[in-house]
Design a protein around this ligand. Structure first.
Ligand SMILES: Nc1nc2c(ncn2[C@@H]2O[C@H](COP(=O)(O)OP(=O)(O)OP(=O)(O)O)[C@@H](O)[C@H]2O)c(=O)[nH]1
Ligand SMILES: [Mg+2]
Length: 243
């Protein structure tokens, strides 16, 4: 009985210690309606180092983050999710992060999935864990979005020679080493393909891990339009041909 309590206490203590060097980086653009819930959810799961980059929002996102207890960084103009993640990752590295989680501000990601992503990186199995909504059966991704994402998988395979099940999933974990090596120079949504390309070309060991991505009315109304995805595809192709 005593042994049971000691083991439980030790495992809770170990988990807390492990989470101390985990930094969760969130890019947020006009997310005043969801950001409080997202930060609270992460804190509830024991994450203390939460870095939110307000990407020149026109609403009160920055004021909300500043009062939330999370670290609030700000772009004075809107620069895009890629640029925001770079700002947040650079900050986390500067603060000594050992593990970096990239997490969305619109409530589509679930904090309970973070441990599953962290595990293979902490075990030394890989340096980057990439979330995949398609390794799980219960995906609630709308049909059109699913189609666009599957095309993205195909394009990434053809352009970069890397075959993933979900190449445009913003939920990931990087080790400190991987975060240092992955150079995000694409400011906007093409950064997702660039991260995959960097992982491949720099031979960073990676693993796909199942995660749940929730599509709510809010996220669907705020999320990416089909046309935008086509533009991203063209920009990826342009980048590939000119680099
Ligand atoms: N759209 C957009 N999002 C940004 C920008 N800067 C930061 N973000 C954040 O990036 C995250 C992902 O943006 P989404 O537009 O939802 O993209 P997505 O989740 O890949 O696409 P959906 O599956 O359609 O939701 C959110 O947390 C945004 O707040 C920006 O300039 N534009
Ligand atoms: Mg979204």
């Amino acid at each position: 009985m005593v042994r049971y309590f000691i083991d439980n206490f030790r495992s809770a203590f170990d988990n807390k210690m492990k989470k101390n060097n985990v930094f969760v980086v969130i890019a947020a653009y006009n997310e005043e309606r969801s950001i409080t819930r997202v930060i609270k959810g992460l804190k509830k799961h024991g994450y203390r180092n939460i870095v939110v980059v307000d990407d020149g929002s026109k609403d009160s996102t920055f004021e909300i983050i500043s009062k939330s207890g999370a670290t609030a960084l700000q772009h004075f103009i809107n620069r895009g999710q890629g640029a925001s993640l770079k700002t947040g990752i650079d900050y986390a590295l500067m603060k000594g992060a050992d593990y970096i989680v990239t997490f969305d501000a619109d409530g589509q990601h679930h904090p309970e999935d973070i441990e599953r992503l962290l595990k293979p990186v902490m075990n030394g199995e890989c340096e980057a864990a990439l979330g995949s909504r398609f390794l799980k059966k219960d995906s609630n991704t709308p049909f059109l979005r699913r189609l666009v994402l599957k095309m993205g998988v195909l394009v990434v395979w053809i352009l970069y020679g890397i075959k993933l099940t979900d190449s445009h999933n913003g939920f990931r974990v990087f080790s400190r080493t991987a975060a240092h090596r992955i150079n995000i120079t694409s400011d906007r949504m093409e950064h997702a393909s660039q991260i995959v390309e960097e992982i491949h070309s720099r031979r960073i060991p990676y693993k796909e891990v199942p995660v749940t991505i929730t599509y709510s009315d809010y996220s669907k109304q705020k999320g990416q339009r089909g046309w935008n995805s086509v533009k991203i595809g063209f920009r990826m192709l342009f980048r590939k041909l000119t680099h």
